[in-house]
Design a protein around this ligand. Structure first.
Ligand code: HEC
Length: 434
């Protein structure tokens, strides 16, 4: 009961209406609502369950290799069931619990106040469609199911209780954990017919003084401060899902899948117009850039012909999302989730070092040092200095933000700040730049 009360208080301090209190709240620092704003205000769902409700998880009996499309559609139905698909208030879902990751508020790309979206990679001109002539911002909202939420609750419990930093011993996430990420774009149906009729959402995104040109608004202004934002309407363009799978354990332990919204499809229900793009359960370590150029195909990704060009989104034809960095792939980026963050997230262009981002690393083991700095990939010297974050990049960002606000000796190590450089036990922890 006491634990419950503490969680409830923690949550109460954070609910939208209490902007001044929210500044020092234990689980995030949120952007305050704009003065005079009368619309919805983001309320994070941090009331983590002590444990998940036993339930039948329908994708678990379907082979993701033999029936990838059916597997993905079952996951999407699970992710959408009972959700408030207008404001995405997770707490109003009566079917099952979904939970946000703490401490994604701070920083130039941090959670905006209307619906809690964080800035994702932009669409460069022409990337979405030939008709898209200007750069378009993309913003995302992610959440974990109850199995993931119970782990997040254990990681952050000492923070809620005021007893030091997050406790990473609560990881890894159990089999059946699902994370969902909705990506909304500033682009419109005049940029691409695929966006016609897409579900919309309001978000406080970066204000662009020169809209219509090839550059998107920067997240940081000329004085190095978070840039001005304004409320805009965005449209759903992508839904990403990651699942902890025991059938993928001999590879990475996670399956990543993605959907694109295609408004050119017939029908009235926009949620039925999410088209599966494919999935991946391994990084295809043998598929070098040279092999791919010579025509070799990935064998641990299944990518459908969802739209022209859908197969070219990940490196070497691996699975990737429409809004994601092309030199990478879903599990390649996510594999870099570790504490401290000793290596960059996105694979570099040259294959000699880039191949380290395409190992099949079990998600329980950390990525390690940036290859070439202290040794090769998987240098055992790194093992004592770094902990795996089980492929959760939101957790990596949340830990970084918490640490930036809590220098000193903590459960996460000895944290020091030099300018905006963060060191953990003397090792530089990198920001996760896309
Ligand atoms: C270029 C790197 C990159 C690639 C490629 C990438 N992601 Fe992510 N992903 C991120 C970052 C960074 C975050 C956290 C930031 C945020 O949510 O704003 C994230 C968050 C997520 C989350 C929320 C849970 C978590 O792990 O933090 C899911 C689910 C997700 N991504 C799925 C996918 C899927 C599926 C793909 C491929 C279709 C993919 N990602 C490709 C960088 C990447």
């Amino acid at each position: 009961m006491r634990v419950l009360t503490i969680f409830f208080l923690g949550w109460l301090c954070l609910s939208g209406a209490l902007a001044p209190g929210a500044v020092g709240a234990p689980l995030d620092r949120m952007e305050p609502a704009a003065p005079g704003w009368r619309g919805p205000v983001f309320e994070p769902q941090f009331r983590y369950p002590a444990k998940a409700k036993p339930e039948m998880r329908p994708w678990m009996t379907v082979s993701f290799r033999a029936e990838p499309e059916r597997y993905l559609r079952l996951l999407l139905a699970y992710a959408l069931e009972g959700q408030d698909r207008v404001d995405w208030r997770l707490a109003s879902n009566r079917v099952r619990g979904w939970y946000h990751v703490p401490w994604l508020g701070p920083g130039p790309n941090g959670r905006e106040f209307v619906h809690g979206l964080t800035r994702a990679r932009d669409f460069a001109p022409g990337e979405l469609d030939a008709a898209q002539s200007a750069c378009r911002q993309n913003w995302a909202l992610a959440f974990y199911n109850d199995l993931g939420g119970a782990v997040l609750g254990r990681v952050w419990r000492p923070v809620v209780k005021g007893r030091g930093g997050p406790d990473l011993r609560a990881l890894p996430f159990p089999v059946g954990t699902v994370a969902v990420k909705l990506v909304f774009t500033e682009a419109t149906a005049s940029d691409s017919a695929m966006l016609s009729g897409a579900p919309e959402i309001a978000a406080n995104i970066h204000a662009d003084s020169t809209p219509g040109d090839a550059m998107c608004a920067r997240a940081i202004d000329a004085r190095d401060k978070p840039a001005a934002r304004h409320v805009q309407t965005l449209r759903l363009v992508q839904v990403d899902i990651s699942v902890r799978e025991d059938r993928a354990r001999y590879k990475t332990g996670w399956v990543f899948g993605s959907f694109v919204y295609d408004g050119t499809k017939a029908g009235v229900d926009p949620w039925a117009k999410l088209v599966p793009l494919g999935l991946m359960w391994g990084n295809d370590p043998q598929l070098s850039d040279a092999n791919a150029a010579a025509g070799a195909k990935p064998r641990q990704s299944i990518v459908f012909d969802a739209f022209p060009g859908a197969r070219g989104l990940g490196r070497g034809g691996r699975m990737n999302g429409l809004v994601d960095e092309r030199a990478s792939a879903c599990s390649s980026c996510h594999m870099a989730a570790q504490w401290p963050s000793l290596a960059r997230m996105t694979a570099p262009a040259d294959w000699a070092t880039g191949r380290c981002w395409f190992r099949n690393l079990d998600a329980r083991y950390p990525f390690g040092f940036e290859p070439g700095q202290r040794g090769g990939c998987g240098d055992p010297a790194a093992l004592g200095k770094v902990q795996a974050l089980d492929f959760s990049l939101q957790l990596a960002i949340g830990l970084r933000n918490w640490s930036l606000a809590h220098a000193g000796r903590t459960r996460l190590g000895a944290i020091a700040l030099r300018g905006d450089e963060l060191t953990v036990n003397g090792e530089v922890s990198l920001p996760l730049r896309r």
